[in-house]
Design a binder for this molecule. Structure first.
Ligand SMILES: Cc1cc2nc3c(=O)[nH]c(=O)nc-3n(C[C@H](O)[C@H](O)[C@H](O)COP(=O)(O)O)c2cc1C
Ligand SMILES: O=C(O)C(=O)c1ccccc1
Length: 389
């Protein structure tokens, strides 16, 4: 049975009859400012900050806002079904939570709370390699709910192999390989605070708990944590990797593999050649290449280049239900939600993340209906016009 996401709207009004209003705003674009007031400058700068002067993050928003929906009338939108088949999985909506590292700087329950929220709402949770909670503990918190694993592809092959095995053993079904972060970009908000969570041993849980990682240390982590941090910094990413290296991942992962951070159509074609199953069109929320193409501008070109050969997912700048509509109309099969869920977590733990998911999907459901669509499958470029804002 299709989930009725828009019922959340009615539920909120009904609660109002007993004087209850939502604990967090229902306009999700307001969450960033509230989080800025709540968290310390280090953590909030880390989440809200971007590369360079922040222009790429702004461009992500502008590219979505510059496309406007052209609603159609009298098309029977009474019974709607938001479900989507994504990478062979039947999802109740075209949405997953994006991989976000170091969530313990946002809330003490960190990834566990976010993963529980995703499970409760039946939205896949993509766990970051750089999580503050180990793979196995996140899996325990999720029961048999849909979970995907994001790989930061380490220099050390054995660590990568071990991560893949741990993720498989813990029931993670899809591998999301992030390619746009072989180095951390110039991020002034973090630099000005001299704030990098990993140097304080936050976001290293999967590494410090890993036998292959531990094998590279001369002393156990607890005896020499600084040496462990330095070892992590040296092997965390590998700027020397090239396309043929993907064969190693293909050999060591049985399920779907998705490359995250693709914005050039030729790279999407190379992903097809490498036997990949999907791409995430993303510029990492504007946190990596300052001045890069906005993710929503890259999306139609990538979608056109790959046709049906790859599953195209999208993130970077999604804040509202109409953003989800626009991303799907531009060629995405589903979207990943980034910062807004982290703000929900920071402000109200698991309940905050559930609030964010429910608001986003209720608004998307209503946008779909009011624009004349009963399913996401009927969206296409003809539902949008380009218009400067
Ligand atoms: C605080 C923070 C940490 C992130 N950590 C990761 C990560 O560990 N792995 C990854 O692939 N992407 C990471 N991302 C990028 C997100 O997966 C996603 O691409 C981005 O948040 C989308 O942009 P938006 O949040 O502006 O919508 C991170 C983003 C933020 C804001
Ligand atoms: O901060 C990020 O954007 C990010 O992707 C990251 C990089 C290294 C570790 C954790 C997250």
């Amino acid at each position: 049975m299709a989930k009725h996401w828009a019922d959340f709207q009615y539920e909120i009004y009904l609660n109002g009859m007993t004087g209850t209003v939502p604990r967090l705003p229902t306009d999700l674009t307001r969450l960033e400012e509230l989080t800025e007031q709540r968290l310390g400058p280090g953590p909030v700068g880390y989440v809200a900050g971007s590369a360079g002067d922040g222009s790429t993050a702004r461009a992500n928003r502008a590219a979505l806002q510059g496309r406007r929906i052209v609603p159609r009338m009298l098309r029977d939108v009474q019974e709607r079904d938001l479900s989507a088949e994504v990478l062979g999985r039947a999802l109740p909506a075209p949405l997953a939570l994006a991989p976000i590292g170091v969530l313990s700087i946002m809330h003490p329950e960190a990834e566990t709370a976010a993963a529980r929220a995703a499970a409760a709402q039946e939205v896949p949770f993509v766990l970051s390699s750089a999580s503050s909670t180990p793979i196995e503990r996140v899996a325990e918190a999720m029961g048999d709910a849909e979970r995907w694993f994001q790989l930061y592809w380490a220099k050390d092959r054995e660590v990568t192999r071990s991560f893949l095995n741990r993720a498989k053993a813990s029931g993670f079904s899809v591998l999301v390989v992030t390619l746009d972060t072989p180095l951390l970009a110039w991020r002034p908000r973090d630099l000005d605070q001299a704030y990098l969570p990993f140097l304080h041993g936050v976001g290293t849980a999967n590494y410090f708990s890993d036998p292959a990682f531990q094998a590279g240390l001369t002393k156990p982590v607890h005896e020499d944590p600084n040496a462990a941090v330095l070892h992590f910094v040296g092997m965390f990413a590998d700027p020397g990797k090239t396309w043929p290296d993907l064969a190693f991942l293909r050999e060591n992962w049985d399920g779907p593999i998705v490359l995250k951070g693709i914005v050039h159509p030729d790279d999407a074609r190379l992903a097809v050649d490498a036997g990949m199953d999907g791409v995430v069109v993303s510029n990492h929320g504007g946190r990596q290449v300052a001045g890069s193409i906005a993710a929503a501008d890259a999306l139609p070109r990538v979608a056109e280049a790959v046709g049906d050969r790859l599953t195209v997912l999208f993130d970077s700048g999604v804040r509202t239900g109409d953003d989800v509509f626009k991303a799907l109309a531009l060629g995405a099969r589903a979207v990943l939600l980034g910062r807004p869920y982290v703000y929900g977590l920071a402000l109200d733990g698991q309940a905050g993340v559930e609030h964010v998911i429910r608001c986003l999907l209720a608004e998307f459901d209503l946008t779909l209906a009011l624009s004349g669509h009963a399913t996401p499958g009927s969206l296409g470029p003809a539902d949008l016009v380009e218009q400067s804002v």
